[in-house]
Structure formats: C-alpha cells, structure tokens
Design a protein around this ligand. Structure first.
Ligand SMILES: Nc1ncnc2c1ncn2[C@@H]1O[C@H](COP(=O)(O)OP(=O)(O)OP(=O)(O)O)[C@@H](O)[C@H]1O
Length: 255
C-alpha cells in the first residue's frame, strides 16, 4: 500500500507485540503532512512503541504502516526522518558543536561539504537556542539542554518528518513555549510533518491534530477544537477523560 495523497503516515490494522504482550492493538490512523500531530496518552499506553514502529526500529509489527509513501523502515526513508528518543542520544565527552560535527559528517561526508556542514550546524544550534553553549561539553549540560542537542542533531538533515518522543519533558515553561514555536515554524515554513508525543494534556492545545491513546488503542483522532466541542467541555484533558468513560461504559455493556 502507498500513502494516499495528502497523507504522511497511514496505519491500517497496526499491531505490535512486545515480550508476550500486545502493546498496540489493530490501530487505524493517518497523519497529515506539514502539520503537528500530537500523540497523547498516559504513561505506558504505547506512544513510544508507536513512534518506534513509524521510524522502523520496532520488532514484531504487523498490519500496514506506510510513511512518506514507503513501508515503515524502508532504507530510503532514513535521511527523510528525524527521530528524537526520550533518552538523549549525544556523546557527553564532546561539546555541543562537536556532537553536531560528528553527525553532520555522517550525513554529508567529504571536505567539499565543509562549508555547508558548518552552516547547517550553526543553524541547528541556533534553532534550539544553544548558541551560547555551543562549546560546552555535553556532559555538563542540564537534561533539558541535552534534549535540545538531540533535537538539533535531528534537525541537521532538514528531515521531512520529525518524530519527537516527549521533547519537552523537564523543560521550563519558557523553553517549552520556544520549542513549540519552533515546531510551528518548521511546519509552516518548511512543510515539515511533526509527530510529537506528550503525556501533558495542556500541550495538546498546541497541536493541529491529536491522536489520543489509552492502553494500546486510539480513542480519538481529531483536532483539539473538534474533541472539545464533541464532548461539550473546555479542555482536551476533559475531553480525554470523557472518552475514557465512554470506552469503559462500552466495555461494561459488551461484558
Ligand atoms: N521491551 C519490552 N518488553 C515488553 N513490554 C514492553 C517493553 N517495552 C515496553 N513494554 C510495554 O509496552 C507498553 C507501552 O510502552 P511505551 O514505552 O510504548 O509507552 P509510552 O506510552 O511511551 O510510555 P511513557 O509515556 O511512560 O514513555 C508498556 O506497557 C510497557 O510496559
């Protein structure tokens, strides 16, 4: 299956087994290109597993999952996707700039690309607001700063799809706002598709679209406004709780 036009990610019957547990159960959803889709739900509901399936690093995936027109995990997708895991993947004995230098050299090797690499590194460091820490050892940075170094690495190759696993955990409100502004600028100016997970419901309001998850299932796939309106409530958090109650009542009725 190829993605339908106007779709960046398309899942049909997506199921993932980890150990002996079915962690994602028969999911159907789509993600629109050039928009920010929030993946929200409580801890352990399967957000990271879903993201790992999208970037092609998850085993025991069945059903159909197409990403940017190719099956998830296809080698041609590697340079087109930026992925930031929850645990920052940076070398603590290198400076911020050296970390980016290392990854930029993998993406664009060779002396003749030195100028382009330098420009891409400076841009990525500025985008995550770490210019003043560019020459600090990564091992001396705070958790939030390390997350931003990981994000800068993901931004180096100007990916079409950014998959960000809880990128704002541990950040103060000002940095959180700045990062969300950056996400919106990436979507608006570069047409980047962003899939961003969070278990903080107030971040839901910052997304164009939401996938609300619970216990390996998708409870809703809609805009924040549509979710609030349908549940006649003021916040996405209340809409989520309403959907949980509806699902529980449905389960009781089936029993
Ligand atoms: N290696 C594993 N083997 C078996 N089960 C696992 C494994 N890793 C995770 N799980 C289970 O899969 C489920 C989904 O985990 P996942 O990390 O995707 O959730 P999450 O929504 O991202 O959680 P969080 O917000 O806490 O990061 C959890 O119930 C977890 O216990």
């Amino acid at each position: 299956m190829m993605n339908s036009p106007g779709v960046a990610i398309e899942a049909r019957g997506l199921t993932v087994v980890r150990g002996n547990r079915t962690v994602l159960r028969d999911l159907d959803f789509t993600v629109e290109p050039g928009r920010i889709t929030g993946l929200l739900g409580p801890s352990g509901c399967g957000k990271s597993t879903l993201m790992r399936a999208v970037v092609g690093t998850q085993a025991k995936v069945t059903g159909t999952l197409d990403v940017l027109g190719s099956p998830a995990g296809h080698p041609t997708l590697r340079p087109r996707i930026g992925y930031v895991t929850q645990a920052p993947s940076v070398y603590t004995d290198l400076t911020v700039r050296q970390n980016l230098d290392y990854f930029a050299a993998i993406l664009q090797p060779g002396r003749r690309h030195r100028g382009a690499r330098r420009a891409a590194i400076a841009r990525a460091i500025a985008e995550v607001d770490l210019t003043s820490h560019a020459d600090a050892l990564a091992g001396t940075l705070s958790g939030g700063q390390l997350t931003r170094v990981s994000l800068a690495v993901a931004l180096l190759g100007t990916p079409e799809l950014l998959v960000l696993d809880e990128p704002t955990v541990g950040l103060d409100p000002v940095l959180r706002r700045d990062l969300w502004n950056l996400f919106h600028a990436l979507a608006a100016d570069r047409g980047t598709t962003l899939l961003v997970s969070s278990h903080v419901m107030d971040e839901a309001e910052r997304c164009h679209r939401l996938l609300l998850m619970r216990e390996g299932e998708i409870l809703a796939d809609d805009t924040p406004e549509a979710l609030r309106t349908a549940a006649h409530v003021a916040t996405v958090e209340e809409a989520f709780l309403h959907l949980v109650d509806v699902a529980a009542t449905r389960q009781e009725t089936v029993r």
